[in-house]
Design a protein around this ligand. Structure first.
Ligand code: ZN
Length: 204
């Protein structure tokens, strides 16, 4: 951008890449950082680096975990029902479901949803990890808790098909969640109802 000195322009560009941060917001944030005390800016920079260096992925459920803590706390907890796996799109969905206290099984995090428009196929998601996990046996139910939008539904249908006879029950969380919405934004009561009202998915 003309007139901007390079370090400021660079920060604005980087902030602008974040989801939901438009050019104007990026500029406002950049000037906020510029005015902030140096140690505040350093703390922000350190937090950004740490999230990449100190966060790893659980080798069982693919959720994020602290580096060196593998399997994650939920997968390692013997009180959690290993026979029930709840499949979600994002780590934030795990937090939303955990907040309700309704689900005592374990999770599998896909890190996205199938979206042909965006060129995201099943190979870009943690699908093969889920199938491998289910095929090792001992799983009685897979609950598909992908978002109630086009991509989430397509992903649920694909997974139900792929899981086939590998698991006795494949269920889909009930409608009632705001259509087109994100699981992570659903209120606790809606989320609990949606879990309790889950329906078994018919498979061919
Ligand atoms: Zn895990």
């Amino acid at each position: 951008m003309a007139g901007l000195i390079a370090p400021v322009a660079r920060l604005i560009d980087e902030l602008n890449r974040l989801p939901g941060v438009g050019r104007k917001t990026a500029q406002r944030l950049a000037y906020h950082v510029l005015r902030a005390p140096a140690d505040e800016a350093r703390a922000l920079a350190a937090a950004l680096v740490a999230v990449k260096e100190e966060v790893a992925y659980c080798s069982v459920c693919c959720n994020i975990t602290e580096a060196g803590v593998d399997p994650c706390a939920i997968c390692a907890d013997p009180r959690r029902d290993a026979a029930r796996i709840c499949v979600v799109e994002e780590p934030l969905d795990v937090l939303a479901i955990e907040r309700t206290g309704e689900f005592r099984g374990r999770y599998h995090v896909l890190h996205g949803a199938i979206s042909p428009i965006d060129g995201i196929g099943p190979d870009r998601l943690r699908v093969s990890e889920l199938l491998a996990r289910v095929r090792t046996g001992g799983v009685e139910e897979v609950i598909l808790a992908t978002n109630p939008n086009l991509e989430g539904e397509a992903t649920a249908m694909y997974l139900a098909d792929q899981l086939g006879a590998a698991v006795p029950i494949v269920s889909r969380i009930a409608r009632g969640l705001p259509v087109g919405g994100d699981l992570e934004y659903a209120d606790d009561v809606t989320l609990i109802r949606s879990f309790q009202g889950r329906r078994q998915v018919e498979r061919g």
